[in-house]
Design a protein around this ligand. Sequence first.
Ligand SMILES: Cc1cc2nc3c(=O)[nH]c(=O)nc-3n(C[C@H](O)[C@H](O)[C@H](O)COP(=O)(O)O)c2cc1C
Length: 223
Amino acid sequence: MLLKEIEERCSIRNFLPDKIGEKEIKEILEAGRIAPSWMNVQPWHFIVTDKEEHKSFLSKCANFQRQIKEASHVIIVLGDLTAWNKANFGRILEEKGIDREGIVNLLEDGGYNPANRSEQMLILRTIEQCTYAISYMDLQAKHLGIDACIVGAIANELTGFSPDLAEEVRNIFKIPEGMIIIAFLALGYRKEGIITPKKKRKAFNEVVSKEEYKGGQAEKWEY
Ligand SMILES: Cc1cc2nc3c(=O)[nH]c(=O)nc-3n(C[C@H](O)[C@H](O)[C@H](O)COP(=O)(O)O)c2cc1C
């Protein structure tokens, strides 16, 4: 059942003007909230908007991608770099029941706490976690019969596109220091006639090997 929904999900870029109900939007956000993350650090925050002027502005920040303006709602996914600081990460580790000494080790260790490595690593590990939340929200939307498009080509710290617009997004949505803009998730109901295209993906054997890497030369699966 889930595999069927995954097969049938696709990015939709043409939405009807119909609005998604608050209950469904909340369920989509809930799927993101409860997504898994490294040591349960949950370094994310989601800002949801359905205001026309906000959606138009966010579309401009994504090189005028139409689906953002047309969407019923847009979720701005923020990565929270402060989630790994000692106070916040320490509290999460405490809640996991780890003893004091263990917590100190985890907080100080560069392997466990990317904040001890570099700014780049901190950002990388934060994005790593947020992609799960985005995927869960995208799939929950599909499950509810709502279409979506993940939009990453936006003015933000990751792409470096239009720093002035990225700064404006921060001001308009009051995004605090320590949070980075990771992606927009455009949500809505597709226009009539927009069909789910056949998936263009690498072949199963090209991306899967049994026991050892076979570089696309894997044996046939029997089922
Ligand atoms: C991280 C990420 C960023 C993306 N950014 C954009 C984007 O800026 N604009 C867009 O139209 N689609 C974007 N997409 C959607 C991809 O183009 C799409 O997932 C891919 O072509 C596979 O098609 P499907 O989603 O229909 O299966 C993005 C997807 C991901 C995962």
